[in-house]
Design a protein around this ligand. Structure first.
Ligand SMILES: *Cc1c(COP(=O)(O)O)cnc(C)c1O
Length: 421
């Protein structure tokens, strides 16, 4: 194979294909666990370190159960995600609730579950108090504005709808202190798919500085700092993953200088990464239906942007392997397309690939985050199954494919007869 590896052999894939029709996403448990362990090990210097998996990246309860067994919590931002957390058996401070523009029911559910509430705005303080009461532990989301440059996906912090300004943080924590809150956390999330470890080290510095100032000014102490998500992954074969040890060592050094150096209480480091945890360990497997040769060459597959929206949405690169042809010359230029009546329904544009024929199996890499999760039903396209490749090589279906019955379930066709027109 050129560029990127697959977690299964050709024979394994053939036997999976005998049982499960394409398209499907398949997740590699071994890869997910190995990365989870690597992340945890990198922060072993920090007592209480925890990663809260941003469940929106791949909201499957089986994956969450695996991640919980690696010591991870869950980061939720909606009622459905809280409900999923509850059904997996997560409770209390295993759940971080980082929402925005939050509905009443969501706050009520989060408080009921004992989740850590991470407020997005100062106006949410009275709102939360009225609808669910003030919990004993509270966290605010900071938007550093012009202090921090954003990146492509998340945009410039000053343009972002999220978080408190610096001044609002001082006012907000003071209000909470007056309401009797004694346990505090601080959060920010300013990056998305960032590959430079220094970006996270700089973010930690901004937050540590702020914690020192808030603690000293308001005479409160912080239990944790949540550095958010946004750890990038190497979608392109020539890219390299974020060096977790470099990142951790940089943060550890600042921790010593700023937190210990200012005699603050021990501070737990939290992350709420999604993409890095499962992204590289998911694969969309699809079959070539048609080869079309007009002004360009098109390889039409049986998956479409309803299964993986990132290329159409952000022009993102996802690596493609034509199974069994990895050693052949990649000299043919293709657009790899789905069947939606949308011209941006393309997994790749002008991609050099081996010669493709109908019936070939194509694997699209790095679909384990924001892949199946972003699925939708436009054009009546049905969301695919999700499979899990277990560490022992067995395959388990962890979500069945949608059926036409699922698609029509919200319509009452029986009512058509008595509907007079
Ligand atoms: C999406 C999101 C995350 C996870 O981001 P990744 O890029 O998947 O790591 C974490 N926190 C919040 C608040 C988010 O919205």
């Amino acid at each position: 194979m050129i560029g990127k590896k697959l977690p299964f052999t050709r024979e394994q894939l053939d036997s999976i294909l005998e049982k499960y029709p394409t398209p499907f996403h398949i997740y590699d448990e071994k890869g997910i666990r190995a990365y989870a362990q690597k992340l945890t090990a990198a922060y072993s210097w920090n007592k209480g370190f925890k990663e809260y998996y941003a469940i929106k990246a791949c909201p499957n309860p089986y994956l969450m159960k695996i991640l919980r067994s690696e010591g991870f919590g869950i980061d939720c931002s909606s009622l459905a995600e809280l409900e999923l957390a509850e059904r997996v058996g997560l409770r209390g401070e295993e759940i971080m609730f980082t929402s925005n523009d939050t509905p009443v029911e969501d706050f009520q559910k989060a408080v009921k579950l004992g989740a850590i509430i991470n407020l997005d705005d100062i106006s949410h303080i009275p709102f939360l108090e009225q609808c669910a009461g003030i919990p004993e532990l509270i966290c605010f989301r900071y938007n550093p504005g012009s202090l921090k440059e954003g990146n492509v996906i998340i945009g410039n912090p000053e343009e972002a709808k999220y978080g408190f300004t610096r001044e609002q943080l001082f006012d907000g924590y003071r209000m909470m202190k007056e309401k009797g809150v004694k346990r505090f956390g601080l959060h920010t999330m300013v990056a998305s798919n960032e590959l430079d470890p220094n970006y996270f080290i700089e973010t930690a510095e901004i937050l540590f500085d702020l914690i020192v100032e808030l603690s000293q000014t308001l005479d409160i102490s912080f239990e944790f700092v949540n550095l958010g998500g946004g750890i990038g992954i190497p979608y392109k074969p020539e890219q390299t993953p974020v060096d977790l040890d470099v990142m951790s060592k940089g943060i550890q050094k600042l921790y010593h200088e700023l937190i210990i150096g200012n005699n603050l209480k021990p501070l737990k480091i939290y992350f709420e990464s999604g993409r890095a945890i499962t992204g590289p360990y998911g694969f969309l497997v699809t079959k070539v239906l048609h080869i079309k040769d007009t002004y360009k060459k098109y390889a039409g597959v049986d998956a479409c942007m309803a299964n993986l929206m990132r290329p159409a949405l952000y022009g993102s690169y996802h690596h493609i392997t034509v199974v069994g042809k990895g050693q052949q010359p990649h000299k043919n230029l293709y657009d790899v397309t789905g069947s939606l009546c949308e011209n941006n329904d393309k997994f790749a544009v002008n991609r050099l690939l081996p010669e493709i024929e109908p019936g070939d199996i194509i694997v699209i890499h790095d679909t384990g985050a924001h892949g199946h999760a972003m699925g939708f039903n436009y054009n009546g396209k049905l969301r695919s199954a999700e499979l899990l490749l277990r560490e022992n090589g067995e395959v388990k279906e962890i979500r069945r494919a949608e059926t036409l019955e699922d698609y029509f379930a919200t319509l009452d066709f029986n009512g058509l007869g008595s509907f007079n027109v």
